[in-house]
Unconditional design. Structure first.
Length: 164
């Protein structure tokens, strides 16, 4: 590098760095970071710290009090969620055909239903493999689980109350 090139580089740096603030000057200025409005809305909707759960699916026939959300387009499993428990909704993709994300209070009581054929509904398989014909007495045991791809989903199993 020649002396002329070095002098030009130094002159260039001096000319442009005079107007640029130093790192210390940049950090002395307060800068604005605003909270996300959606986060603020969710915090207001859950002041007692109730967990907010994300449910994803396709909105089906609903009532004034509940929203029915199908987990997939097979229409074999759906949730009925009280409208009062929905904190926020977000449409994914096409508004006419795409799924929706619903943000729901974790403490909300929702209905979970699975469609079966009549013959499948008339059988209950016990843990020992015995198939019981007819309607068995039992109950649902449900728990929230992390869903693949993020969010949470409710997983339910029917447990018979019949003696083994």
């Amino acid at each position: 590098m020649t002396t002329r090139n070095i002098a030009a580089a130094v002159l260039f740096i001096l000319c442009f760095s005079r107007n640029a603030p130093s790192f210390a000057q940049q950090t002395d200025r307060p800068f604005s970071i605003s909270p996300n409005p959606l986060i603020e809305q969710m915090l207001r909707a859950s002041p007692d710290g109730d967990q907010i759960v994300e449910l994803r699916g396709y909105v089906g026939p609903s009532t004034p009090d509940t929203v029915r959300v199908y987990k997939s387009l097979t229409l074999s499993h759906y949730f009925e969620i009280p409208r009062s428990a929905i904190v926020h909704s977000s449409q994914e993709g096409d508004a006419k055909t795409g799924p929706v994300k619903l943000y729901v209070r974790g403490s909300a009581m929702i209905v979970s239903a699975t469609r079966h054929t009549a013959s499948a509904a008339s059988r209950t398989r016990r843990a020992d493999g015995l198939v019981i014909r007819g309607f068995a007495s039992g109950h649902l045991e449900c728990e929230w689980q992390d869903a693949i791809g993020g969010g949470r989903e409710l997983s339910c199993n029917y447990v018979t109350d019949l003696p083994r």
